[in-house]
Design a protein around this ligand. Structure first.
Ligand code: UDX
Length: 455
């Protein structure tokens, strides 16, 4: 199959490279000349493990190419994916669809023969219908079927998620389009990944419903973490205890500083707006959005409390800035709210992130001092805060960290260390929803698990 991928952002680039790896011929199109030039030189605009090798391999095999010229790429394509941005519109939180419609117009004029136009961008329910109207106006004779095919890729694990998805969702009532989509995803059929064919509106809603549900799960455990701190219970154990129930499931129950990223904040907000306008407000989702926003700033208070409530003139060392590990993405990262709140309280901030510091400079005030390693970051600081759980932070030399810190204070917003061990090392240690006195239970349980694995 011949594929044109419009937009070489996160979703477009990963999807384009993976479709090429499936054996299709893919042309990735972007208006940004510099980005296309860099991609031709195998320089990735984002950090995603394995992506540069995947791109290089498929470019070499002539299955993947990059261009700014949409017209020929679309003219030759069996399927054209719209993978442009749908940012939150300023003011009302709706998804801004202007890039999607602009792409649809250009595609309509360039298409030749039967062409399947697929919206990969996350778009509100009913957008497929609007895209169809836009296409009909731009090129009334074009033979086009508009399909919804949302992505469920997690940053940092996007290639794996594309190639071994829990499911693929395709929304269309058009038989010819269904055949093209089935052919595109054929390697997944062979892997026995479920492909759900449904109507377009349902498909569009599935994407929002999935993200809103996961955001709700995280927010639920985050609020329980606060409760655990107040009643002397352990949130990790609560998460295990409920997660072992298959109806609940163990994933997305890690308490932390609140969800961030390019999807959850934007999509929960857009779903909330859609629901309000449709006359079926989703009160649960509205609450999740509010609770999560408040949580990010509350984390700065937690840090201040670990320093007796006053951070004025104190130096705080932040480890991890990106919204999660294995990405350089800073969009809606909890670090942003935490930094602003701490600066407002008069703190000085040093920071280290393995991949995200260049990106962070675009989002954070200039007063932040960026450092070259976790140890340099800790030097002379009054508290060390784990904001993002990069793997490298799990194996820090904590004795050295303690020597470097001005005060032995660690605030672990991702629960990567054990309270009892930190206490033994002489740290004043705060984590999320795990009071020190509850730690022996976790310890006993892990010993039990080790013993039962050995036997
Ligand atoms: C998400 C969805 O998982 C993916 O299916 C969708 O297509 C895009 O949005 P992503 O934003 O890359 O993917 O990251 P994800 O791993 O889902 O994490 C989102 C946020 O939730 C991060 O800030 C993460 O730290 C937080 N999170 C996640 C938690 O706080 N606790 C958890 O248990 C899981």
């Amino acid at each position: 199959m011949r594929v044109a991928m419009i937009g070489t952002g996160y979703v477009g680039l990963v999807s384009g490279a993976c479709f090429a790896d499936f054996g299709h011929t893919v042309v990735c199109v972007d208006k940004d000349e510099r980005k296309i030039q860099s991609l031709r030189n195998n320089i990735m605009p984002i950090y995603e493990p394995g992506l540069d090798d995947l791109v290089a391999r498929n470019v070499k095999a002539s299955r993947l190419s990059f261009t700014t010229d949409l017209t020929p790429a679309v003219a030759e394509a069996d399927a054209v994916f719209i993978a442009v941005g749908t940012p939150s519109r300023r003011g009302d939180g709706h998804a801004d669809l202007s890039y999607v419609f602009a792409a649809a117009r250009e595609i309509a004029r360039a298409s030749q023969g039967f062409t399947v136009v697929v919206t990969k961008s996350t778009v509100p329910v009913g957008t497929g219908d609007e895209v169809e109207i836009v296409i009909g106006e731009a090129a009334p004779d074009a033979d086009i079927a508009v399909v919804s095919n949302p992505e469920f890729l997690r940053e940092g694990a996007a290639i794996e998620d594309f190639k071994r998805p829990d499911r693929v969702v395709v929304g269309t009532d058009n038989d010819r389009a269904r055949k093209v989509m089935a052919e595109l995803y054929r390697p997944l059929f062979l892997n026995a990944s479920p492909i759900l064919f449904t109507d377009r509106r349902t498909s569009e809603l599935i994407k929002y419903a999935a993200n809103a549900f996961l955001a709700t799960k995280i927010t639920f455990i985050n609020e329980l973490a606060d409760l655990c701190e107040n009643v002397g219970a352990n949130v990790q154990e609560v998460a295990r205890g409920i997660g072992l129930d298959k109806r609940i499931g163990a994933k997305f129950l890690h308490a932390g500083p609140g969800y961030g990223g390019s999807c959850f904040p934007k999509d929960t907000l857009a779903l909330m707006r859609t629901a309000q306008e449709a006359g079926s407000p989703l009160r649960l989702v509205e609450t999740v959005v509010g609770v999560n926003d408040a949580r990010k700033t509350a984390m700065a208070r937690k840090i201040a409390t670990s320093l007796d409530g006053d951070v004025r003139g104190r130096t705080i060392a932040l480890l991890g800035l990106t919204f999660k590990p294995n990405t350089d993405d800073m969009r809606e990262a909890p670090a942003i709210s935490i930094v602003h709140a701490l600066l407002d309280k008069g703190a000085r901030i040093r920071a280290y992130d393995p991949e995200g510091m260049e990106e962070a400079k675009k989002y954070l005030p200039d007063s932040i001092v960026y450092t070259g390693s976790p140890y340099e970051c800790a030097e002379g600081a009054d508290a060390l805060v784990i904001v993002t759980e990069w793997e490298a932070f799990r194996a820090l030399d904590l004795v050295r960290i303690k020597e470097l810190l001005n005060k032995p204070v660690i605030v672990d917003l991702r629960n990567i260390y054990r309270p009892a061990e930190m206490a033994t090392l002489g740290f004043s240690y705060e984590s999320v929803g795990r009071p020190l006195k509850t730690d022996h239970v976790v310890h006993a349980l892990s010993m039990y698990e080790e013993a039962s694995q050995e036997s």
